[in-house]
Design a binder for this molecule. Sequence first.
Ligand SMILES: *[C@@H]1O[C@H](CO)[C@@H](O)[C@H](O)[C@H]1NC(C)=O
Ligand SMILES: *[C@@H]1O[C@H](CO)[C@@H](O)[C@H](O)[C@H]1NC(C)=O
Length: 635
Amino acid sequence: MAWRRAKTGLCRFILWLVIVSAGGVVIFNMVFVLPITSELSLLPHKIEEPREKLTRSATLDDRKRQYIAGKPSGARYLELEIYASKENVTLTLNGKTRVDQSEMLIRGLNVVVLNEVTGDVMSSRWYDTYESKADSDFLVNHLKGLRRGRIICFAIKDDAVMQLSKEAKDYIATIGSSFINRLQFRSTWAFVVQRINDKLFVHAESFQNPSSGDEWARAVKLRTWVKLLPETNEKCNWADTVANRRRQEFCDVYEGYGDVCKCEEPVTIELNPPPFTDGSRLQLPIAVMASNRPYYLLRMLRGLQKVEGLDPSTMTVFIDGFWDEPAAVTRLMGLKLQQHAGVSQRNARVAQHYKRSIHDSFEQHPNANYLVILEEDLDVSIDILSYFKQLLPVYEKDASVYCISAWNDQGYEHLCNDPAMMYRVETMPGLGWVLSRKLFKNELEEKWPKPHEIVDWDMWTRMPSNRKERECIIPDISRTYHFGGKGINVGGLMQALYFEKHAINQEAHVKMDPDKMYKENYEKEIHHLLSEAKVLNHTKTPCANKDDFIPDTHGKLYVFYISMEFPGDFKTWQSMASCLRMWDLDARGFHKSMWRFWLKKNHVLVIGCPASVYCSYKPAEIKPLYIPRIPPVPR
Ligand SMILES: *[C@@H]1O[C@H](CO)[C@@H](O)[C@H](O)[C@H]1NC(C)=O
Ligand SMILES: *[C@@H]1O[C@H](CO)[C@@H](O)[C@H](O)[C@H]1NC(C)=O
């Protein structure tokens, strides 16, 4: 306990005197405040005191008040109970158990923030610090952004220690935890703390360590009372503007949006993006697909502030389910909102959300022939709409174009280079794209997967029976960045492996050459490139000669040939993709069994032979590289 810091026995003695003098009330409360805890040691050990910025007398006074608090005396109290176990985390407030309905409570650390005046839940977030290193930083940022006075509750489900960083542990220790550094893999832990002005009040803390290496610790349960304050002592003096009224309304109810809700120089929530250079804006409806990831949604929407040519009045945020918090984020940004009830489960539910939102978008904009679809976990480049706009004529006139996407599956930082370059690909990348009314209304809507069909909508749109040999146009450097680590399909580890190193275009006013992207012109371009490309040394491979397979040149054009018996034979491609640190979970981004990307700032073409029509360019003496499956390399 913090008392253990007392330098002299005298202090200890005085403390005991005070505690004892508070009488039965103290004892009564200690039993509850100090939890049904794991460490069954002497009672005094259970009182965990703040470690910093705390004068002892102040602590005692406050503590005494709190203890007396257990007995009714006119003040209002919040009875708070936390249960944390391998399977389960629950928070019970005044006898009412709260079921967290967020979709990401697989495991990890749950942080719930309560209002110090009303006792209401202001935020509940999950940090998968079992799997994700990045989540430790998110956690610390979240905690640092919380306003003083809030009651902060922590609970571990399953495990939250595996990837919990030292920085995160240190920070949690500075806000009063005595046990955080004693937790082990699969420990359970619950902790309630509040900082009022500069004082920390540890209301309760409890943990259990597992008894052996591969087991989980027993559950912990703690119960405490927290005295609610008569009013919040942290009010901000924001100028009285329309936007700030929205801000006030939002920040009164929600926590964890530090920069938006801070008193001094909060970030802007106005959406006044610049027009295109000719002064116009894209007059197409934009649908933002959202679920219950409000802090992702806010990041996404704030990212739109800089997007050239964006007309916010054409935007609608579609939320899958009647979640309050993402709806509040949408209102905070002053955008149109549409919520509908979730249909079906998981992947199928997402597919139904897309169908409904796309349908409604076209209904609400009867004159629009195209719809821009964005997702809540994307950053977008400043020229994304300009990129779409320049390609719309190709989509309009070339019946072989299936979609325009902002995303290059292979657009890793080390694999792309040219903001004006584009590819035609036989896959459907999603992650920021344009869909035509014709395609949706005449084909896809009717066949769209039914609620009971468990299928990913994007996998489905890629199916040959839907795509019908049409292609999507993608940029070399993506116009979106996928930051979400907590979706249904993408976990924290997957995010780190496959998405983190993706590039997003930073240049404004990139002039594309859309004419190149018409079917015939694109073929001409490929034939031209192949006639010029230098054939790489095929006694080397990208796996065995990682460093010098591609020569140390800049701006050159190279080609190499890999074994591909038929168009679906991706065996060599996938092992090679691993060696080149590309997307290797399935084959993406190809055109007629050919891939294009950049390596060491040289443009490289890879032709699968004999599957590709472009094999005619292969010199007779060259044997296509055959690389049987190898284990994925660490990235
Ligand atoms: C979760 O914990 C509660 C006790 O707080 C228990 O009643 C419930 O059965 C648990 N659920 C699961 C799935 O273990
Ligand atoms: C191709 O690479 C091999 C192995 O590194 C080398 O021995 C050979 O000289 C190279 N051929 C050419 C033409 O550079």
